[in-house]
Design a binder for this molecule. Structure first.
Ligand code: RB5
Length: 170
């Protein structure tokens, strides 16, 4: 068994359409020695994917987990939602090359995939490559910094508009 102390702790979540993929991936991760925090869902009963995307993204953004994995039917809803959380760089991958480049170039900290798009073997291939690839840094770091600056801008805007409104009503 690999040493889990060397491995990132992983948050995992899915909606009903990604439930099967989540269970398959979770089994692979645990067998490979990863610590996994499963935020649900727990069956194929219909649920709303934003709840699970948010739960995983908040854990990763807050540092409770180092990486996240999300599955829904296509992976699209999960990536749209997770990317709303500042600090999250969620990447949708349906093949191993995209998963590798998401880590190498984009320093993606959340992987999303579609349970209705990829089969079990492909899902494991994607997850394995995502986890075994390191961020390349260099020129890519500059671009990641630009993304982080957008997060910062978004966080400051509401405060600026509150100040403007206060001035208007003052
Ligand atoms: C649920 O039917 C489906 O819309 C959802 O799993 C996902 O594919 C959304 O992006």
């Amino acid at each position: 068994m690999a040493d889990s102390a060397q491995k990132p702790r992983i948050a995992i979540g899915a909606d009903h359409a990604g439930f099967h993929a989540k269970e398959n991936i979770k089994k692979f991760l645990e067998q490979s020695g990863y610590e996994v925090d499963d935020v649900g869902t727990w069956s194929e009963e219909s649920v709303d994917y934003p709840d699970y995307a948010r739960a995983v993204a908040v854990r990763v953004a807050g540092g409770q987990d180092q990486l996240g994995i999300l599955a829904c039917g296509t992976g699209i809803g999960m990536s749209i939602t997770a990317n709303k959380i500042p600090g999250i760089r969620a990447a949708l991958a349906h093949d191993a090359m995209t998963a590798r480049l998401a880590r190498e170039h984009n320093d993606a900290n959340v992987l999303t995939l579609g349970g209705r798009v990829v089969d079990d073997a492909r899902a494991i291939e994607i997850v394995r490559d995502f986890l075994s690839t390191k961020f390349a840094g260099g020129r890519h770091q500059r671009r990641i910094d630009e993304i982080a600056a957008l997060d910062k801008e978004r966080a400051q805007k509401p405060r600026a508009s509150r100040r403007r409104n206060a001035r208007r009503s003052g």
